[in-house]
Design a protein around this ligand. Structure first.
Ligand SMILES: Cc1ncc(COP(=O)(O)O)c(C=O)c1O
Length: 416
């Protein structure tokens, strides 16, 4: 799915992808505030002014607020020109405060991947939810229907006949008529294959007494990271062709098809070519990560620079005693994946490996900009943002290097 960045252009790529930043001043640690100490300084979610991000203890998950807000504004305005609203996927940030911000800035709803994620969101004031994953177990079906009962905007994806019947029965038990979309597969991950079978499922949903058909969703996970815009566009439009035909067949059958949702950060500027498409489920765009930076932009640039990397992990140098190497305190438990490597902000000559549980291992491919001492801090752009967020309780919102806010990662660990 992901296509590797190799060859001599790697350093140039890293240089541009991570230049990004923010701040080139990388001071030694001064305080090392723990999350508890930072929390004790907070008034509600806002931190008393003056705490430098460099004073945070590490590893710390940080988001540059100016960049994140700009990414969100850029996405909203780009989609507006295409005539498509956004329905951002909360699986990326798992943070109710950010979901509320997305809704307040024009998104028509948010998506959730897991039921417990959706429950955490609604408990924190976010209730326009499209569950893009079907719920199979009896307990989940019942819980989904009780969410629907409390929150009339809740929409559930379905991709199988028995599941639709079970949902209808649970909806009856809950005393509701539940809104449902059919998950029609693009590729082979989830969803019912496009064609007659999908249309038959939509007809069934339409006739089941306690379900209301709202349309369909089709997310193409395989194409989001395809390298090169033209390649991505061609592949995305080809792959979704049978789904468009299925959508048309459903419409011609007189079914209610007010929703045709899908797309992501890699295809946000492609999906408006899809007839009937209604909204884009963008996720990573607000944070970005090394995987997405490598896919290339519509302008032909090798760096996907439509959106700026805003999410970083702050890490401390633990060991500088070996020539050409540094060890940090952010390994795989802090960064989750190692493919591609994390990008060190302002240091394109550092190759950052996170394959060890507790430690990051930096190798110099060219001399760093300074001599790093034990206790110095570095900022890294993560390989893939979604799983990293799931590893942290708190997200530090940074503006101009000051900690402005501490957000709870509301749905952290909500993976069921
Ligand atoms: C169903 C669905 N929609 C949207 C997204 C968001 O994708 P991206 O982060 O590529 O924007 C995902 C991500 O995996 C997804 O699974």
């Amino acid at each position: 799915m992901r296509e590797e960045q190799t060859g001599p252009s790697r350093r140039a790529f890293l240089s541009r992808a991570t230049a990004a930043s923010v701040c080139f001043w990388i001071p030694r640690t001064v305080k090392g505030y723990s999350r508890g100490e930072i929390r004790s300084m907070t008034m509600g979610e806002n931190v008393q002014p003056g705490v430098s991000k460099w004073d945070l203890d590490t590893p710390a998950l940080c988001v540059d607020l100016d960049r994140m807000e700009r990414n969100i504004a850029l996405m909203q305005s780009a989609l507006k020109t295409y005539g498509l609203p956004s329905r951002p996927h909360a699986k990326t940030h798992k943070c109710a405060a950010i979901a509320r911000y997305q809704l307040a800035t024009g998104s028509i709803g948010i998506c959730c991947a897991k039921l417990s994620e959706a429950e955490a969101m609604v408990a924190n004031g976010v209730d326009r939810i499209l569950m893009t994953t079907s719920n199979l177990s009896k307990s989940k079906i019942r819980r989904a229907m009780s969410l629907r009962k409390a929150h009339p905007h809740f929409i559930q994806a379905v991709d199988e006949e028995q599941n639709a019947r079970d949902l209808s029965a649970a909806a009856k038990e809950a005393g509701v008529v539940a809104d449902v979309v059919i998950d029609v597969a693009v590729g082979t991950r989830t969803g019912i294959p496009p064609g007659e079978g999908a249309v038959a499922l939509a007809r069934l949903v339409d006739t089941l007494p306690n379900l209301k058909l709202r349309g369909m969703l089709s997310y193409d996970g395989g194409v989001q990271h395809a390298r090169g815009f033209e390649n991505r566009k061609e592949r995305a439009l080809k792959a979704i062709g049978p789904n468009v035909e299925t959508f048309e067949m459903m419409k011609k059958s007189g079914l209610n098809m007010e929703i045709f949702s899908g797309g992501g950060t890699g295809t946000y500027n492609i999906m408006h070519h899809v007839p009937g498409f209604t909204d884009v489920q963008v996720g990573s765009y607000l944070f970005m990560d090394m995987q997405y930076l490598a896919i290339g932009s519509a302008s032909g640039d090798a760096v996907y620079n439509d959106f700026a990397p805003s999410l970083t992990v702050l890490t401390t140098v633990m060991n500088n005693r070996f020539p050409g190497r540094l060890t940090t305190d952010a390994g795989s438990k802090a960064l989750t994946l190692n493919t591609p490597n994390a990008g060190v902000v302002g240091e394109p000559g550092m190759d950052y490996g996170a394959s060890s549980d507790e430690f990051g291992s930096i190798r110099f491919t060219s001399p760093p900009t300074k001599n790093y001492r034990i206790g110095d801090k570095l900022e890294v752009i993560v390989p893939h943002c979604d799983p990293v967020v799931n590893e942290y309780d708190d997200l530090y919102g940074i503006r101009k290097d000051r900690v402005e806010v501490v957000w709870k990662i509301t749905a952290r660990g909500k993976s069921q």
